[in-house]
Design a protein around this ligand. Sequence first.
Ligand SMILES: [Zn+2]
Length: 78
Amino acid sequence: MKSIGSSGAGSPETPRNEECYRCDRAVAPAFLFKVSVEPSSGLSKKYGNSVRYCCEHCAAAMNLSDFSHQWTQQLDRG
Ligand SMILES: [Zn+2]
């Protein structure tokens, strides 16, 4: 067991809980979309950067998700 240092729970890149921010569905972190929001210069005075994690269903509902080439090639093959 390595327990040197205090790299404990909670790096900012890791979702703290395993829930979609929209529907509160419990999802494994590996199956969450990371939605990173960066306002352009005209909005940055009012809005900060933010990161949300959402499930694939909500990502599709918001039209945020896009299929990988790997996935579409598989579909083309039948
Ligand atoms: Zn969701």
